[in-house]
Design a protein around this ligand. Structure first.
Ligand SMILES: [Zn+2]
Length: 147
């Protein structure tokens, strides 16, 4: 299933980003940095851009996301999808333009002989997280480490 593998890839990227963030926070806390910030506990929102040629149905993708995110730190997160404009060139008249919908004809001469650059796949462009200690004891746990 195309959507499922895309979503799994996306979640892996998001989990890795959270892990890296937490590792940085841990390292700064260990060094006694009072501005280390908070560890991330949950993913609340994922922003993605979707290639015009990725052949993905946003509704299927969202359903897949909800299913695969269940029981993970991304459970209940909002998935925001943006379709990326696709850079193209016309082979007939050499016009360069961007397509924003799946109507693959040259806006200048009407030819459908187009060259695409990219347009496949899906990339994560934004990630919102919630801190684990938002509700209780912001940075008090750290205080004994200062000297
Ligand atoms: Zn053309």
């Amino acid at each position: 299933m195309h959507e499922a593998s895309l979503v799994q890839g996306l979640l892996n990227v998001a989990f890795r980003a959270v892990e890296e963030h937490n590792a940085r926070v841990d390292a700064r806390r260990a060094a006694g940095d009072p501005h280390a910030g908070a560890r991330a506990a949950r993913i609340t929102r994922l922003v993605c851009s979707l290639g015009l040629l990725s052949c993905v149905e946003p509704r299927t993708l969202t359903a897949c996301f909800e299913l695969l995110a269940e029981g993970t730190p991304a459970e209940g997160a909002e998935l925001c999808l943006h379709t990326e404009p696709l850079p193209c060139e016309c082979e007939a008249c050499d016009a360069a333009f961007e397509l924003r919908e799946r109507r693959f004809v040259c806006p200048v001469c009407g030819s459908d002989a187009l060259r695409f650059r990219g347009g496949h796949g899906m990339i994560m462009t934004g990630l919102d997280v919630a801190a684990e200690d938002e509700a209780d004891m912001p940075t008090a746990a750290n205080e004994d480490k200062h000297d």
